[in-house]
Design a binder for this molecule. Sequence first.
Ligand SMILES: [Zn+2]
Length: 204
Amino acid sequence: MAKLYFKYGAMKSGKTTDIIKTYYNYKEKGMNVLIMKPGDDKKAGSNIQSRSGAELNADYVVLLNIDVYQLITYHLIDNNVDVIIVDEAQFLTPKQVDELSEVVDQFDIPVLCYGLRADAFSNMFPGSQRLFEISDKIEELKAICKCGKKATFNLRLNKIDGELIPVFEGEQVSIDGIDAEYDSVCRPCYKKLRREYGKKKQEE
Ligand SMILES: [Zn+2]
C-alpha cells in the first residue's frame, strides 16, 4: 500500500535538496514523478530551487480552491504517475491534504509532502497540522542554528536601510527572497532575539 509522507523542517533544513535528490532517484529507475506546489498568489511561481542552485519545475501550481484529487484523476487519464512530490506543503489547505490522502488510498500512489511546521511566529500552518494528523510517515529534516543547537524556529528578516532586521509580527505568509528573508534558529536564540529587538523597539 502506498503511503502519505510528511517531511518537515525549518527553513534551510535541506527540503529542496531532498526533493531534487528524490526526484532523480525515481527518474533513474524509469519512474514517473509528478511535482506539485500550492500557491495562493502569483508570486509563488513553479520554480523549485535549492540554495545550491539546482532546480526543478513543478508540473502544477495549485491554487487554494483546486480539488487536488480531481486534478490528479484528470491527469491520470493520459499519464502514468508513480509518485507525487509536493513542495511548500504547508500552504496546502487541510481539505487538499485530505484530497491527497484520497489519491494515496484510491490510486495507490505515494505522496511525499515537504514543508514547514510553523510560521515565523511559531504558529502551525493549517496544512501542516492536517499532515501531522493524517500522514502515514512523518520525518523531521534537521537544520542547525548558528549556536550549534537544532534549529526549529523560522526567523523572518526584513531589509531596512540595507540591514536585515528580525521581525516578530506580521502576516503568516511572506515569501522567502521576495517579501522577506528567513533564517532558522533554535528556540532559545529566537527568544533572545525577540527580547533584544523588542527592547530596541521600545527605546525608539
Ligand atoms: Zn541557537
